[in-house]
Write a protein that binds this ligand. Structure first.
Ligand SMILES: [Fe+2]
Length: 389
């Protein structure tokens, strides 16, 4: 057992009540009625309806109004449209069903249901005057952890960037995690969302805002992803793997809620917005280059990750890089961003834009400049990293 990591002053707050387990979705109506009597259901365009989840929700809440227009990576416009419907129909509680996109959108809608300004006004921390409507979150993917975070990450069409609304009142009041709801999740979504959970756990351990509670939770999340994501991807009906991955995603959300994300997410958003790469996969393409760097700045922290991934803690950088590439090979995912449509010209633009934005570096360890960012993108482009065998 490695010696404990040093402890800095920290704050740790999780106000969401978590209900985890098989058939917990059958209690969704009762949970929602704890917070309001006129629910608005926010969901995506297809999967919740196709899987029969929406029908099951309506059976429990016959007076609910449904807004099912949330695309992947929602922007402020669709949230404003839904908030207008929420006010028009005098809704008093929001039930989010789906992946990170509907859950994040639901939080923004809950803010605007009680506050009159356009959505972009609320980017930042605690920018709303009146407390948002209560939100109950039901994830149908296993990766984002949004069900236990106080963040809504949305695309700002004016700035063509992902921006975040945050605030303690945005923690969902309750999260219902029923692994059965992930049974029909397609393989590529299983892989991408699972890699997001891995990324969030790994980033939490090296974040400038890491906490000892978070470190312990994150290591459990990393172990679960390494063991169970290949199983969940290769057999969607493997409910033990589905359950463990839903737990890993929950743990990753608890970490993100406390420690934020680092430059992996900060750089990955460019892959998603400009190249259409799924959020979790975008992060995964950057993990090896960034963690080879992190291993030089914080070797003890990355050593704990190497150990959790089944690698050699005495060689943290190469071990983590090897474990990441091994996991991606198991999943049948190329670690080279060029295989996912990214070009050399694009990464030069991304690096220049990110180097100008200090917000992307707020939790990132080490002093980094544009050349460093460009090096990480270049390595990601070809699927290589410092220390890779
Ligand atoms: Fe994420």
């Amino acid at each position: 057992m490695r010696s404990p990591l040093p402890v800095s002053p920290f704050r740790f707050s999780l106000t969401t009540e978590v209900l985890f387990g098989g058939n917990t979705f059958a209690t969704a109506g009762d949970q929602v009625r704890r917070f309001g009597s006129r629910p608005l259901i926010v969901t995506g365009k297809r999967s919740a309806r196709a899987a029969g989840i929406l029908d099951r929700a309506m059976e429990q809440m016959p007076n609910a109004i449904v807004f099912d227009a949330i695309d992947e990576n929602p922007d402020t416009t669709v949230c404003e449209q839904c908030a207008a419907a929420c006010r028009e129909h005098d809704r008093d509680v929001v039930l989010a069903i789906g992946g990170g996109s509907p859950m994040d959108a639901a939080k923004a809608i809950a803010v605007m249901a009680r506050n009159d300004a356009p959505c972009a006004h609320y980017f930042g921390a605690d920018k709303y005057g009146k407390s948002p409507l209560p939100v109950v979150a039901v994830p149908t993917t296993a990766g984002t952890g949004s069900e236990v975070t106080p963040y809504a990450v949305l695309i700002d069409p004016e700035q063509r960037a992902k921006r975040t609304i945050s605030g303690a009142a945005l923690f969902p009041r309750a999260a219902i995690l029923d692994p059965e709801l992930t049974r029909t999740m397609p393989r590529h979504v299983t892989v991408a969302t699972g890699l997001d959970a891995l990324s969030q756990c790994m980033e939490g351990i090296v974040s400038r805002k890491s906490t000892p509670i978070g470190d312990a939770i994150a290591l459990q999340g990393i172990r679960r992803v390494c063991e169970f994501l290949p199983r969940a991807a290769n057999d969607g009906g493997d409910m033990e793997a589905r359950t463990e991955m839903m737990c890993a995603a929950l743990l990753s959300g608890i970490i993100v809620a406390q420690s934020g994300t680092t430059l992996v997410h900060g750089m990955g958003y460019s892959y998603t917005i400009e190249c259409g790469i799924a959020h979790g996969l975008a992060n995964a393409l950057l993990l090896a280059p960034l963690f080879a760097h992190n291993a030089r700045i914080a070797p003890d922290r990355v050593a704990t990750i190497a150990e959790a991934m089944g690698g050699d803690a005495t060689k943290p950088g190469p071990s983590v890089v090897r474990a990441l590439y091994g996991l991606m090979a198991q999943l049948g995912v190329s670690p080279a961003a060029c295989d996912h449509g990214v070009t050399q010209a694009q990464i030069e633009t991304f690096a220049a834009e990110i180097a100008k934005d200090p917000y992307r570096f707020r939790n990132q360890i080490g002093e980094l400049n544009r050349d460093d960012v460009m090096r990480f993108y270049s390595q990601s482009l070809v699927g290589s990293a410092d220390g890779a065998a």
